[in-house]
Design a protein around this ligand. Sequence first.
Ligand SMILES: C[S@@+](CC[C@H](N)C(=O)[O-])C[C@H]1O[C@@H](n2cnc3c(N)ncnc32)[C@H](O)[C@@H]1O
Length: 325
Amino acid sequence: MVAVIELLRDGVACKLGAKNPFSGAGRPLEGLDVTGTTVARVGVPWLLQASGKFMNDYEYRIMREVEDSFWWYVTLHRAVVAEVQGAMAGRARGRVLDAGCGTGGMLERLRQTEPGWSCSGLDFSEGALAHARARGLVELRQGSVDALPYADESFDVVVSLDVLYFAGVDEARAMKEFYRVLKPGGVLVLNLPAFEVLRGEHDAAVHGVRRYTPARVRQMLSACALENQRTWCWNLWLFLPVLCWRWLSRWRLAARTRMAGEETAKSDLTMPPGPVNALLKAMARLDFALCRWIRAPLGTSVFSVGRKPESRRPDPDVENLSRAL
Ligand SMILES: C[S@@+](CC[C@H](N)C(=O)[O-])C[C@H]1O[C@@H](n2cnc3c(N)ncnc32)[C@H](O)[C@@H]1O
């Protein structure tokens, strides 16, 4: 039963910051003392100090292993590729940034789609970037989405998938940075976890501090002068199972925490057997297309496409943006 539920849970598809059942298997990030879900500071780079929480190497290895085939990633990455193709309007040249690129699965797909696109990736984790480099990706930088190390108006498309919800991200600054680095007419593609009611053990494990509604994402876009092209939820078919699962997981976490005297949140990414994964892929693909068509107001994730106007406007002010968000 548990296995079945686990297959159905919406994988914000990586194990983030979970207490690693194989602790010792993953080498701690350079200079860091890994103590479960929290990070003890030992000469921590500023980037990680800002975050305070992070994924360890073990979780990035899992991400790297599954992201090319796990149904969740395949569905999401395929959808993003379609949006980027639309934004590029058939052009074989153009610059794309994956802000919070993890181990490089999205970048790899973009590169395979159109080798002429120049695809850059940024992540705060050197461990994640090492995996991306091993794929042969070269335009990679370590940095934070809220302080992008790129010139103004340098990208045609910025993609950021399941990154803004992290505890260490300054959401308003990140949105302003996305706006800044986009060329006029450029497109922002976001994917974010949906609805507070879906909060569960997973969020505790991944240090996810925000969940989103379509209305909030639209507000974020308009607060920084991006035109909302379309914003909707997906994974509608899993909304109810995930709701039940998350409720159960909150209760289970509370019970475990009481017994252990400390929080021991876990977030598991389970790769289902091939035929089940294939079925889930087909279902998720159908779900995504349907949700996009009806602009679904419910689902486990919010997907959004915004556009920077062609005409020059004053840059968004971070203070105002923070107040608006
Ligand atoms: C849920 S994973 C998603 C990875 C990738 N976007 C994908 O969809 O496969 C979130 C990623 O965001 C990165 N991240 C978290 N906070 C960040 C920040 N402030 N700046 C840049 N990357 C960050 C993490 O290291 C991790 O690789």
